[in-house]
Design a protein around this ligand. Sequence first.
Ligand SMILES: [Fe+2]
Length: 248
Amino acid sequence: MEQIVLRIARYVCTALSAKDLDTGLHSWRVAESAAMLARAMGMSHTEARHLEIAALLHDVGKLGISNALLKKSGALTEAEYGIMKKHTSIGAELVTNVLRDDGLGRTVFRGVLYHHERYDGMGYPHGLKGSEIPLEARIVAVADAVDAMGWERVYHGKRTVDFVKAELRRCGGMHFDPDIAALAIRLLDNGRIDCPKEGEGKNAAEILSVHGLTNRPIHTPVTAGHAVGDGGLPSAARSQQRTADPDR
Ligand SMILES: [Fe+2]
């Protein structure tokens, strides 16, 4: 069953890539990092696999968000940001309708619905705080942010590993579970999770080829040149959501 769900999750992720390649490729990479974090935390092979599936699907709700919004290079308005935030609940509804209420289903549900909750309670959709946030979602949140910060996005340019580590350190206890953020820094230091420097690491073609998807068109992201820390946020939200927010 688990293998079937993993296969389906990969196909869903491929569909997401077809809609918005940046989001799809981001999900593949977040899945790898989340599984690595889980293993480093001593989780079992099964638990790590469940987390990998949850991370693959964490942004599946973006299938319900328009490309005009997903690919917008300028700052989002308050209204647009409100729509963007709905991807967590849209995704949760999708996976609830498909997966069983078992260990795998619950892990995926938690990873999808709660991956934008913040450790300080300033996240969404429910403003959960600290250990109220399911562990699975706290792990996906860190993996999500590492990738979002480390790779070029439509609303910011590429950032260095040192920048990502500094943000993890600064945001530990605010945006992230501090223990998981510290673990991510150690895994970045020893190369067990990926935040490549210019010209290194996996790119779109490599990731797709791993899953037999080499014939898909490779999209070159447009850079908008936002200032570091801006993240394309609407101004009112900017004070609360910082650089580490994966979805602005
Ligand atoms: Fe997200």
